[in-house]
Design a protein around this ligand. Structure first.
Ligand code: SAM
Length: 254
């Protein structure tokens, strides 16, 4: 079956890389795991063997019979023909691990959608485009520090693992890949995610402009200073803690 570019299909075939990602996921019989985009089941077979309760979310209709043939007879596996972007976890009580070699074309919206469901998520382990992993884990002062860094670091502790060359996949992607482990923080700062997201979006809208200019419609110079920010700073030099303080100030002023 020909891989579908529109569905970000780059299937893993390197057993060493597959073992590495499974080792980081560290599946246990007591785990509840959601795998996004199982494809032909390269990672799935090892997750199933661990005895974990496993939910497979695959959008490609053509892959469903293949997955059914391989996994339907296992009691611990449930196959869902579903769009991961429409996944809603807020009806479940137990925390899940969410894992997968994500379709790179939709990785940022998927990450933001899981961010909003983080109370139901214990950990996320993904293969992503290397540049996206570096953006998520970036520190203030780096050119890569931006919306994804602030939003994901707000809710998760982020660890970047191995870089993976295109040869590990079939077909080969045009970019390098990397594994990331995101662990949900037990006590994240209590700010409203939509407030933080809207603020961060505006703060990084024009990266060369000062924070005072980018946020002039939503925040005063006094509020910036109250959060310990020099109004002439650029967004990429502002820490996560300062963004969280700004979001709290915005919440208080509405
Ligand atoms: N896990 C397999 C592997 O490592 O070989 C496949 C990974 S491939 C990069 C991405 C997978 O995600 C494909 O199976 C693709 O069909 C699936 N996919 C793409 N968009 C999706 C979506 N919105 N929801 C669920 N699965 C999707």
């Amino acid at each position: 079956m020909k891989a579908k570019k529109s569905l970000g299909q780059n299937f893993l075939h390197d057993e060493g890389v597959i073992h590495n990602i499974v080792k980081i996921i560290n599946p246990k019989p007591t785990d509840q795991i959601i795998e996004i985009g199982p494809g032909h089941g390269a990672i799935t077979q090892y997750l199933q063997a661990s005895g974990a309760a496993l939910h497979l979310i695959e959008l490609d209709q053509d892959l469903i019979p293949i997955l059914q043939q391989k996994f339907d007879h296992f009691k611990n596996v449930t196959i869902h023909h579903k769009d991961a972007l429409k996944l809603e976890l807020d009806t479940v009580n137990d925390p899940y691990k969410v894992v997968g070699n994500l379709p790179y074309n939709i990785s940022s919206p998927l990450l933001i959608s899981f961010l909003y469901q983080s109370p139901q998520i214990e950990q996320m382990i993904f293969m992503l485009q290397k540049e996206v992993v570096q953006r998520i884990c970036a520190e203030p002062g780096s050119k890569l520090f931006g919306r994804l860094s602030v939003m994901l670091q707000h809710r998760f502790d982020c660890v970047a693992h191995l870089s993976i060359a295109p040869e590990a996949f079939n077909p080969r992607p045009k970019v390098d890949s990397q594994i990331i482990q995101l662990t949900t923080k037990v006590n994240p700062t209590d700010v409203k995610l939509p407030v933080l997201e809207s603020l961060v979006k505006q703060a990084f809208a024009m990266r060369r402009k000062t924070i005072r200019n980018n946020l002039k419609k939503v925040i005063s110079v006094e509020q910036l200073e109250a959060a310990g920010i020099d109004p002439s700073q650029r967004a990429e030099t502002i820490s996560l803690g300062q963004f969280e303080k700004l979001a709290l100030l915005v919440e208080q002023s509405v």
